[in-house]
Design a protein around this ligand. Sequence first.
Ligand SMILES: [Fe+2]
Length: 363
Amino acid sequence: MVSSVAPEFTVRLKLPLRFYRAFSSSTSIEYPPLHNHSQWSGLHHWRRSLLNDYRYWGSNGPVQEPAETETGPHSFSTFSALNSCASLAEMGAMVLSTANPLVKAKLSHLAYAKWREKGLPVGVSDAPLAPARPVKPLLVSPKEIPSPKSSGLPLNAYMLHNLAHVELNAIDLAWDTVVRFSPFMELLGEGFFADFAHVADDESRHFTWCSQRLTELGFSYGDMPAHGFLWRECEKSSGDVTARLAVIPLVQEARGLDAGPRLVKKLIGFGDHRTSDIVEKIAAEEVAHVAVGVYWFVSVCQRMGRVPCSTFKDILDEYNVELKGPFNYPAREEAGIPQEWYDPSSTMTKVEENKQLSEVCHS
Ligand SMILES: [Fe+2]
């Protein structure tokens, strides 16, 4: 929902560019409060944050991209084609149809920046059946993914390649949510699309960092096979927004919260502190993406008069989605996912508890 535009318009005329970039279209969006649900404390700040141009990993962390960074010979025409797009959904469809990973990542950022700065509408567009992908990596089933030893990559590059693949998929997953549900803008509200375009921008920054670091290690994205599992989960939930929110942010992205600290630890153990710093930063930023999913899942459930916890469990049963631990309980709690949604042991009935206790006592 967009509130009165007149005061913001007055502010825009008087402020320098940096300020204008912060207070663009996204700040006039209203987000209805959730009832009886504890949400991530940083959500309001994340929604109002400046456009993040720190897409290069410098000697001490994220910095602005050097001017000479190249994304390929065809990129200029792709970027200028963005000018013909008049809405967020059209720009999202263009990102989804772009195969080159670095061009896709850059285009994501330019699209999000243009939408924020120009105040374009969400609009409507058709999402492609599947996002465009580069020739490499070869997509195989999860079982066919080579082990670290047989991959030909050292362990740090192997783990980083896997993460790069997750981040590239995450760009498309977020844009697909924007574009596929764009016909329901009146029902969902502008904030839904603002949030998921913002997620896509974050993911594009994460992929760019991973890609840069792979290059520094002497490798590139595509040097080993990857799986198509993440997109298949996305396809399954294409016809239902509650299912999409449950399966992608609340399951897939939440798995990232569980896996992030373990990955950081392994990279430190390997002795690659630069890569571990990148992964630590990415993992910290993923909390926002899970929190956004929780907010919209609960919001849609409440508007439909459904109980979020049982709705979440019903969807996982219906879509045959399995939840696997070990869970990062503090991170999940911070992001706003109650433990009883995903951990059966937390909802054990008194009868079950007594039965287990008596078994322990008699053993
Ligand atoms: Fe990410």
